[in-house]
Design a protein around this ligand. Structure first.
Ligand code: ADP
Length: 374
């Protein structure tokens, strides 16, 4: 096992014009940690992973795996195993042969190969299908064989590039749980790339959020959820997404959408918002912190806003309420309850202890201590 250390790692593609795909990535994946790289398409996640794997050259900075600087070390000498979205199994080989292939290439003794293949098959529940060919397997089984091929090699580091994207939703949830269990069982260092924030939240010990080649924030899933460093992270982590309301500060009160929102900011925000008096500021509130009449917490300080219902999405165990005040639209996530029909008024309450504020120009969080992205 090993840690991975990136120090100001950059990638500039030079095909035609120059394009900075990864701009100064600095972070450490601890020995035994599962680190998720998440961001929208094109944010540089795969490029970053492929640089760790050695499949893409590094334009600048230093990459260490364990004690060794590996910038110029060939992929096969980095002691890594990679699992891709496409399983890339050998169609003419059995599951057993697929699992053992890397070891066969290394000319390992046959009993050792047998033993390591059997151990990996045991971990992944593949014992009963070792003699099948890939075409005789389901999608989930194929992905498990691809995982098994990585395990058999007993690498210092596992790298995953969107390995579950080809699976249907139900299987994805199941495989996610299996990878999580595998991580606990092997205690291995893993880096996992996904565009899916739910996958990132449920799998990662920590998450690196990327946007346009830059790291936005690094932290434990719930830390990112509760303390987003900027508006991008706030909007990207969480579903339905955080609501943002553009308003301004007036003598210690936040005012927006005519008068739909007008409330004195809670004491914790007085100091951080002082410099914004008379100026625009962006308020953020998560859908679950906006309450319809039923389900309002009795022990939290509440503010209220006057809205018009635009649409209701009843999901059985909860309802998404889409509401509007002036040009401001918000989504609220509430308990099942009778609600006004679209076009009718609805008062939504919000938890004053769960507000976020952002500088509209820099988009940084104004929360005390949120200055750094780490
Ligand atoms: P992600 O994995 O987050 O979707 P990528 O790392 O694949 O993002 O790509 C990051 C950016 O780099 C994208 O804008 C992409 O178009 C660009 N890019 C990726 N590979 C190349 C390449 N070989 N040449 C030029 N640009 C590339």
């Amino acid at each position: 096992m090993a840690s991975i250390q990136l120090n100001n790692v950059r990638k500039v593609y030079r095909e035609g014009t120059q394009f900075v795909a990864v701009d100064g990535a600095t972070f450490t994946v601890a020995d035994g940690e599962l680190m998720v790289l998440v961001g929208p398409s094109g944010s540089g996640k795969s490029t970053l992973l492929r640089m760790i794997a050695g499949l893409e050259s590094i334009t600048g900075g230093d990459l260490h795996i364990g004690e060794r600087r590996v910038n110029d070390v060939a992929p096969r000498d980095r002691d890594i195993a990679m699992v891709f979205q496409s399983y890339a199994l050998y169609p003419h080989m059995s599951v057993r042969q697929n699992l053992g292939f890397a070891l066969t290439l290394q000319k390992r003794p046959r009993p050792e190969i047998e033993q390591r293949v059997r151990a990996a098959a045991g971990v992944l529940g593949l014992d009963a299908i070792l003699d099948r060919k890939p075409r005789q397997l389901s999608g989930g089984q194929r992905q498990r064989v691809a995982l098994g091929r990585a395990i058999v090699r007993d690498p210092a580091v596992f790298l995953f590039d969107e390995p579950l994207s080809n699976l249907d939703a139900k299987l994805r949830v199941q495989m996610r749980a299996e990878i999580s269990a595998l991580h606990r069982r092997l205690g291995a260092t893993m880096v996992y790339v996904t565009h899916d924030q739910v996958e990132a939240m449920t799998l990662g010990d920590r998450i690196v959020v990327l946007h346009e080649g830059r790291i936005q924030q690094i932290g434990a899933p719930l830390h990112l959820y509760d303390h987003p460093a900027n508006r991008f992270v706030a909007g990207f982590i969480g579903s339905p997404a955080m609501n943002f309301v553009e308003g301004r500060m007036q003598g210690g009160a936040f005012v927006a959408a005519g008068d739909a929102f007008r409330f004195a900011v809670p004491p914790a925000w007085t100091q951080p918002l002082r410099a914004f008096d008379g100026k625009p500021v962006t308020m953020g509130i998560r859908p679950e912190s906006l309450y319809a009449p039923r389900g309002r917490p009795s022990d939290a300080p509440l503010g209220t806003g006057a809205f018009t219902v635009e649409g209701l999405e009843p999901l059985g165990n909860e309802i998404f309420v889409h509401a509007r005040a002036g040009e401001h639209r918000v989504t609220s996530r509430v308990l099942p309850q009778p609600l006004p029909a679209p076009g009718e008024p609805l008062e939504l309450a919000f938890d004053l202890g769960k507000l976020h504020f952002f500088d509209p120009e820099t988009e940084r969080s104004l929360a005390p201590g949120a200055g750094s992205a780490r």
